[in-house]
Write a protein that binds this ligand. Sequence first.
Ligand code: ZN
Length: 257
Amino acid sequence: MPNMKIIFNEEFYDSSYASDSASVAGRMEAVMSEFSDTSKFQILPSPPAAKEDILRAHTERRYLEVKNDRPLYNMAMLAAGAAVKASEISFFSNEAVLACVRPPGHHAGADTGWGYCAFCNVSVALLKLKAVGLINNAVVVDFDAHTGDGTIDTLKSWPEAIVINPYADNNLDYIKLLEARMREINNVDIIAVSAGFDAYKYDVGKKLETFDFYQIGRILKNTSNRMGHQKRFAALEGGYYLADLGKNALAFCEGFM
Ligand SMILES: [Zn+2]
């Protein structure tokens, strides 16, 4: 079995671009330390996104607002670029890819941003695939504890893009609900994933076990298998309980790959 590609730039280790929960020192190290097995994972860098990529998802005003904050801007362009790279490898090579990035993206709307997010990385990637004629439709599955309002906003003029933010009171119901929602998904050109790990039992969402992240990955893989292609990519969103963040990300990838 070929190894899973993880899109990651060394710059993401730099915690000085912001002062929030996503930018804290040690957070990316917690994740990347789990991807050191080269028989399973291949780490690939990627260039920053282009301005035109950002402007498919965001207003010029929002773009300039982020650009005014240079450290944040540089990191956000790299994060969006990594999501673009993940989506393109996934599409052309027909395989599962993870963009291990910060700042996260799913709270960045067309003209807004909050919750540590600058640009909506997943939407930037999908809208580029659509703009160059590679895809007509997509599903975004967001398993972060928080609703991906930015993803919904940035994709709102594209009715063939389905955004799923499952919500359930406990982990067993959550997995059942995700399975049910994914059974309704047929013939999408690509599966995009907002991979947030803050629904973990010791994180802010206080719900999911490590094995649940494996199951989420596996459900998405099974959906791909049913549709007859392996085009699926994920981008890191939240996840703040650093002691277990890496093992949760690893569990997801082992199900997803
Ligand atoms: Zn979150």
